[in-house]
Design a binder for this molecule. Structure first.
Ligand SMILES: *[C@@H]1O[C@H](CO)[C@@H](O)[C@H](O)[C@H]1NC(C)=O
Ligand SMILES: *[C@@H]1O[C@H](CO)[C@@H](O)[C@H](O)[C@H]1NC(C)=O
Ligand SMILES: *[C@@H]1O[C@H](CO)[C@@H](O)[C@H](O)[C@H]1NC(C)=O
Length: 299
């Protein structure tokens, strides 16, 4: 018995982890799509530990390894290494009420969560994310029966330094902090740089009139097999926002001005928004990709 355990231990110890260049093949063979990294980034960018416990794993810890965009948009740390405890009010019993309460409690806080949108957009966002996590959790349950957390598939899915998940979360963090930064509008980029450098940390000047959406990065009509991948090679995300803004605006240029066609302020305009929300609701193969990631990270 002891020998067998030892053999197993040695066996795992000397078994080589797959190298980053083997991973795309390993993930593709497991049915994971080309859109893995951007899809995962979109799905996790605003995850709270409470959401993880509710939708995926009830005993997940603060040391969960799921990178998220820092809600504090003026903090130096753009991306947090873990999904944090958000402080949901446990007196509420549904996830809808809990997340609605979070939006309302922070309604008048600046530099928090998102910029230039109104409270209805924020409510729509949290409910949209909860719907997405609900869909992913269905796929997660199936995957949990089939996938070995020690498999090469999981080694590749969790290698966020090399599989671009971390890069895409950084990409999203820039879009959230500096709406329109990847649009190619040099005036806007200069405005952000000036606001950051001259006024120190006075970010109020960064706010533009209400009208931005959160359609960033994930475009339901985008075909990741064919689309141009952003070039992260030249970007060192350890640098500060100020050091990176210009390079991000150039290297990650994608034409996204971050603006919604209409403000969410009437039933007529909701029509545009509800179609947008439906359009970005991903679909089964995306839920599978994200569920693979969540399962491998949490187990
Ligand atoms: C708080 O935010 C709401 C919604 O954006 C706004 O209508 C209201 O004027 C704000 N109140 C204060 C005190 O800033
Ligand atoms: C570029 O950004 C500036 C500053 O926000 C804005 O005034 C201008 O209209 C933008 N240009 C275009 C073409 O969107
Ligand atoms: C950013 O871009 C400038 C040129 O615009 C270049 O000199 C610099 O090395 C770049 N920095 C990084 C970190 O990529």
């Amino acid at each position: 018995m002891i020998t067998i355990i030892l053999l197993l231990a040695v066996g795992t110890a000397i078994m080589a982890a797959p190298s980053p260049d083997q991973c795309p093949r390993i993930l593709a063979d497991a049915g994971v799509t080309e859109g893995f990294a951007p899809l995962v980034a979109h799905a996790i960018h605003s995850l709270a530990l409470e959401d993880i416990r509710y939708f995926f794993k009830s005993d997940a810890t603060e040391d969960n390894g799921i990178p998220t965009v820092n809600m504090d948009l003026s903090a130096e740390e753009r991306v947090l290494p873990n999904a944090p405890l958000m402080g949901y009010d446990d007196d509420f019993s549904t996830i809808g009420m809990k997340s609605f309460d979070m939006v309302m409690r922070n309604m008048n806080r600046t530099n928090w969560g998102s910029r230039n949108d109104n409270v209805l957009v924020r409510v729509t966002h949290v409910l949209h994310m909860a719907e997405l996590w609900n869909k992913i959790s269905e796929s997660y349950k199936n995957i949990a029966r089939l996938l070995d957390p020690k498999s090469d598939i999981c080694a590749c899915a969790t290698d966020i330094e090399n599989n671009d998940v971390l890069n895409y979360v950084q990409y999203l963090a820039f879009k959230i902090r500096y709406p329109g930064i990847t649009s190619g509008n040099a005036t806007l980029t200069e405005r952000y740089i000036t606001a950051l450098s001259s006024e120190g940390r006075t970010k109020r000047s960064m706010d533009e009139p209400v009208g931005y959406d959160y359609d960033f990065c994930w475009d339901g009509s985008l075909d990741y097999e064919k689309s141009r991948k952003p070039n992260f090679r030249k970007l060192d995300f350890d640098l500060s926002d100020l050091e990176l803004l210009k390079n991000v605006s150039e290297e990650l240029l994608d034409g996204d001005d971050g603006k919604a066609a209409v403000q969410l302020d009437s039933d007529a305009h909701w029509d545009w928004w509800r179609n947008m929300v439906k359009r970005i609701s991903m679909g089964d193969s995306a839920y599978y990709d994200i569920a693979v990631f969540m399962f491998c990270m949490l187990n």
